[in-house]
Write a protein that binds this ligand. Structure first.
Ligand code: SF4
Length: 149
């Protein structure tokens, strides 16, 4: 599994400081995609277990959540990374463009964002969006946390 980018982000998961990995190889090719550099498999760097674990240790008292932007197409590897995050006491989140993902992945998530990018409907901050941000354990839709008013 290759990642194009690693960043610490504050807004993608409300109330959490997240270690965000953008995974290469997205096959959805949404019209107007803002991250076309993620379409090509093996763009960026290989996410090795040792590099990943070292980041988890480095940020263990600073961040609270690990966020994957995609990666559901590498189910086994993604699950391994989610398990490691949980072992290091991080919450976990996946942003997918799909409408749904497998139960096997869901079992390792605290939060899940579903839905492709549709320019005319907007992202999570839009009241018209097709996307959903869900707290998995309660199945509660948390989109309201992204609304400005
Ligand atoms: S799911 Fe995200 S990265 Fe993939 S094509 Fe759609 S907008 Fe781009």
């Amino acid at each position: 599994m290759y990642y194009y980018d690693f960043q610490v982000v504050l807004q993608e998961v409300p109330g959490e400081i997240s270690l965000c990995f953008s995974i290469s190889g997205c096959k959805l090719h949404c019209e107007g995609c803002h991250s076309t550099f993620l379409w090509k498999e093996e763009n960026g760097n290989l996410l090795t277990e040792s590099a990943y674990t070292s980041l988890l240790n480095q940020y263990k008292n600073l961040a609270t959540c690990v966020l994957f932007m995609g990666g559901e197409w590498h189910q086994d590897e993604l699950i391994k990374m989610l398990q490691l995050a949980k072992k290091h006491h991080f919450k976990t989140c996946l942003y997918t463009g799909e409408e749904t993902i497998s139960e096997e992945i869901k079992n390792h998530l605290t939060y899940l964002k579903t839905g492709s990018w549709k320019m005319e409907l907007g992202g999570l901050e839009s009241e018209e969006t097709n996307q959903k941000f869900i707290h998995i354990q309660t199945n509660k839709n948390l989109n309201y946390l992204f609304h400005k008013n």
